[in-house]
Ligand binder design. Structure first.
Ligand code: TXA
Ligand code: MG
Length: 386
């Protein structure tokens, strides 16, 4: 298949993209979170094509993207009132809701489940494409299975060239992490995948919201720092009924894997930088290419020990310690890390980095989502330095 890669698509390009999807083809497109690999959500064959293009098991359901709130009732049944309240607050935006599916949605799209994931994205190109395609686009992230989700067109092309009909390249994704998924088919709303919309924000609208017990069990942050999150996480653990299997089928797979080996270093700023330096020196002594994942403002004493420093390639030799700690605790660093993490992982692959390190962030607010992705990318490797 020949893939057409269109940068800064205009209305005509988007109209053609919509035609392709209506006639059963696949179009990758930008959203505010990450790029999506889209097909017609109401055609079983299109969903099968998506699984094939992505190399994804067909029991891992797809998210259906809509562009009008009215369309929710076409694909979902018995929509609870809380869904409309969450929609009012967070749609269009990075929130996906799990609802009972209607008969209009083929089982292929939902991986055989009787529920459907619905999202109303906040991106002009995505919304125009959904409209042109007839209103319902099934789209997983536009990476091949297991790779970091693409946040720029180049990496969509790298993964999907020859596998989709068209790539609509809208530049950099504003958020950089996939949407928050909240399940509204249980007694209380359950966050199945943390994302840009935080548990704390959801609790603002639906106070009973909890984190999926399987995820809560993995949270190592100090739960004392945020009373709301602490209460919810603890409740989730004690009410664990599912034997700690994540409910979103996709959350159980190894994900976001870079080609090199990522290790997270967790602890206070000074200890983290000492540990980091030691690790880098050891790796270097063994002739390995190393990289450190930091964001602007987190300076590291890496002393020329890295081949890839993600901070705009700028090797900083300034003191890490206090400055680092202050910054690592700030909201800005978490947002920067959310925005850049997947791109850094890809760039390190491009540079054939074999060993890479990242300092841990606090697992509250958006930090919960960033650490969820980071731990998966690291295959669970965390060094605790206290
Ligand atoms: O931000 C996003 O959500 C991006 C953009 C493209 O919209 N999409 C995305 O899709 O991340 P994907 O397929 O990579 O992740 C969807 C996740 C998977 O973990 C899947 O198992 C889960 O949603 N999921 C989908 N439908 C579900 C359902 N009915 N019940 C439980 N989990 C579901
Ligand atoms: Mg994905």
């Amino acid at each position: 298949m020949k893939t057409e890669w269109i940068r800064n698509p205009d209305q005509e390009d988007i109209r053609r993209g919509g035609e392709i999807i209506k006639s059963g083809g696949l179009v990758a497109f930008p959203t505010e979170t990450v790029y999506g690999l889209g097909g017609d959500a109401l055609q079983a064959d299109s969903s099968m094509k998506i699984y094939a293009a992505k190399g994804r098991p067909s029991d891992n359901p797809l998210i259906v993207h809509i562009c009008r709130l009215e369309d929710l009732s076409v694909i979902a049944e018995d929509v609870p009132d809380i869904a409309y309240r969450l929609a009012e607050k967070f749609w269009p935006g990075p929130l996906t809701m799990i609802l009972k599916k209607s008969s209009r949605v083929p089982k292929e799209t939902t991986g055989g489940l009787s529920t459907v994931a619905v999202r109303f994205p906040n991106h002009e190109v995505a919304l125009a494409l959904i409209r042109e395609a007839g209103g319902f686009i099934a789209a997983p992230s536009a990476n091949t299975s297991g790779r970091p989700s693409p946040t720029v067109g180049k990496y969509v092309y790298e993964d999907l060239d020859g596998r989709v009909d068209m790539i609509l390249d809208g530049g950099d994704s504003a958020i950089g992490l996939e949407s928050t998924i909240v399940d509204l088919t249980e007694n209380v709303p359950v966050v199945l995948r943390p994302g840009f919309i935080t548990l704390e924000q959801l609790c603002g609208i639906a106070p009973q919201t909890i984190l999926d017990p399987a995820l809560a069990a993995n949270v190592t942050a100090d739960r004392g720092t945020d009373p709301a999150a602490a209460k919810n996480i603890t409740t989730a653990v004690t009410e664990n009924e599912r034997g700690l299997h994540p409910k979103a089928p996709g959350m159980k797979y190894r994900h976001y894997a870079p080609k090199g080996m990522l290790t997270i270093i967790s602890g206070s700023g000074e200890k983290v930088s000492i540990c980091l330096l030691n690790e880098l020196k050891n790796d270097k002594a063994q002739g390995q290419r190393t990289g450190v994942i930091v964001t602007k403002g987190m300076s590291g004493q890496t002393e020329g020990q890295t081949d890839g420093l993600s901070d705009d390639r700028e090797e900083k030799t300034g003191a890490a310690n206090e400055e680092w700690t202050d910054y690592a605790d700030s909201i800005k660093v978490t947002e920067d890390m959310a925005h850049d993490l997947f791109r850094f992982l890809r760039e390190f692959d491009d540079e054939q980095i074999e060993k890479m390190y990242a300092p841990a962030l606090e697992e509250t607010g958006l930090g919960l989502a960033v650490m969820n992705r980071m731990k998966k990318a690291a295959g669970g490797r965390v060094i605790e330095v206290g």
